[in-house]
Ligand binder design. Structure first.
Ligand SMILES: [Zn+2]
Length: 92
């Protein structure tokens, strides 16, 4: 796992300050989606090899949710962005 994460708010910080919260590439189904869509959303996750976007929470820092793009093979971090800003169109 990458040992240093560049938080857009706090700067470069050790990974121990963060909590990995899961896959950032999935999206919540609509309220009227079928049972199978909800089952997939709640219970099923991929195990990707290569570049992957994950939610990380800076729990011992600014307490912001981040999207970390990380290579699951090399653990190299390729990008970090604020999840809320990305959702508003600020890039992810
Ligand atoms: Zn931070």
């Amino acid at each position: 796992m990458a040992s240093l994460i560049s938080c857009p708010h706090c700067g470069t910080r050790p990974k121990e300050e963060f909590t990995v919260k899961g896959d950032a590439s999935i999206s919540r189904p609509t309220a009227d989606a079928g049972e199978e869509d909800w089952y997939d959303y709640v219970y099923l996750r991929g195990n990707p090899k290569g570049l992957h976007k994950e939610y990380w929470h800076h729990s011992s820092g600014c307490r912001r949710w981040l999207i970390v793009e990380r290579d699951t093979v090399t653990h190299k971090v390729h990008g970090v962005s604020d999840a809320a800003l990305a959702k508003l169109g600020g890039g992810a």
